[in-house]
Design a binder for this molecule. Structure first.
Ligand SMILES: NC(=O)C1=CN([C@@H]2O[C@H](COP(=O)(O)OP(=O)(O)OC[C@H]3O[C@@H](n4cnc5c(N)ncnc54)[C@H](OP(=O)(O)O)[C@@H]3O)[C@@H](O)[C@H]2O)C=CC1
Ligand SMILES: CCCCCC(=O)/C=C/[C@H]1[C@H](O)CC(=O)[C@@H]1CCCCCCC(=O)O
Length: 329
């Protein structure tokens, strides 16, 4: 018998979450039956979508949604032998019994000198999101100017670096001076702290006086309205996320984008990486290749201890992470 710890949604929260909205529970897991495996979590992902998802798709008492890199510690399923590493959608749990249907083996030949936690970040879902946003949605071309917001995070930092690899001019915004310095290290041409600039409009104009061909949108809300007004005619916008609205207690209204979109003849498309699932194995190989060649830098913000999942989640929503937010069990 294994005692598993889980974090459950104790209470539906309005606005910014607090520690008491989550509850740590213990349960005894049954031995795996034929076809099942027992997993032990090594790293857990801390993602923005957990916030809106908990509101629209979860009941009080549900285990918090999430992915993790886990090790198979008992196996009655030949596809997942003991010692194998998998990405599991088991949620905020230390141990999980799974029939294998929700498991994805970590990429074969994962290099020994690359932390497995990157399977939740640069060589995982956020990296794939950046890649498809740049290549499939924006179809970014050499010489174009790209704006990325939340640029020092898991998705934004990969999107910006990919754009540099493609020969683009890249402007990034982030919420601290340290993050701005990080963006410069990554090769961004211009970067600014959106919390301290006197005028967002002026900062965007100064960074790209001729406007933006493409916008990798992670933030939404008022940032989005200001940025949209600085797109070039026929500009393209990939709507990846809207984190500035996830804790809203009331739905935000206008300014409405239609007039700007008509006058500038913009194209705007929302997306999730799951649309291109058949391409994932090849895309992950490309991301790992760039990492190993030193073309892609990866930073993680690691919080130690499963007991700190809520703190890490709230910290990410406050912007404490540079790079991918991870909890190491
Ligand atoms: N469509 C898809 O398939 C996917 C979409 N996403 C979306 O991409 C975005 C980035 O995700 P991810 O890279 O994982 O997260 P990050 O690693 O970027 O972490 C979140 C960051 O968002 C920023 N942030 C928080 N609140 C605000 C706010 N009110 N205004 C502006 N910025 C804020 C903070 O950085 P700062 O200090 O700069 O404010 C924080 O560090 C999110 O919107 C997420 O929902 C992510 C994965 C998949
Ligand atoms: C729920 C709001 C999502 C905001 C954007 C975002 O961060 C999306 C992330 C997805 C990522 O591609 C991997 C996922 O599992 C994320 C969440 C998908 C939620 C889909 C909800 C659809 C629904 O049930 O209506």
């Amino acid at each position: 018998m294994v005692r598993a710890q889980t974090w459950i949604l104790a209470k539906h929260f309005n606005g910014f979450p607090k520690e008491s909205d989550f509850q740590l529970k213990e349960e005894e897991l049954p031995e795996p039956k034929a076809g099942e495996v027992l997993l032990e979590a090594l790293f857990l992902s801390v993602d923005p979508y957990m916030r809106p998802f908990s509101r629209v798709r979860m009941k009080e008492g549900d285990v918090m949604i999430g992915t993790q890199v886990a090790k198979v510690v008992q196996s009655r399923n030949a596809a997942f032998p003991v010692g194998a590493h998998v990405v599991s959608r088991g949620g905020w749990r230390t141990h999980t019994v799974s029939d294998g249907s929700d498991l994805v083996p970590v990429m074969p030949d994962w290099p020994r000198d690359v932390s497995l936690s990157l399977a939740l970040g640069t060589v995982g879902m956020p990296g794939l999101t950046a890649l498809y946003g740049i290549e499939e949605v924006l179809e970014l071309k050499s010489g174009e100017t790209l704006l990325v917001n939340a640029a020092a995070g898991a998705v934004g930092s990969v999107a910006g670096q990919m754009a540099k690899m493609k020969g683009c001019r890249v402007v990034g915004s982030a919420g601290s001076d340290a993050k701005v310095a990080f963006l410069k290290e990554l090769g961004f041409d211009e970067a600014f702290n959106y919390k301290t600039v006197a005028s967002l409009e002026e900062a965007l104009k100064k960074a790209a006086p001729d406007g933006y061909d493409c916008f990798f949108e992670n933030v939404g809300g008022p940032f989005s309205s200001v940025a949209m007004s600085q797109m070039k005619d026929f500009g393209r916008i990939a709507v990846c996320g809207s984190i500035s609205t996830y804790n809203d207690t009331e739905v935000q209204t206008g300014p409405y984008p239609q007039m700007t979109m008509i006058v500038k003849q913009l194209k705007m498309e929302g997306f999730m990486q799951s649309r291109w699932e058949p391409k994932h194995p090849e895309s992950l190989r490309r991301l790992m290749g760039w990492l190993k060649e030193g073309k892609l830098q990866s930073r993680e913000h690691i919080t130690k201890g499963f007991e700190n999942m809520p703190a890490a989640f709230m910290g990410m929503l406050r912007g404490e992470n540079t790079g991918k937010a991870i909890v190491e069990v």
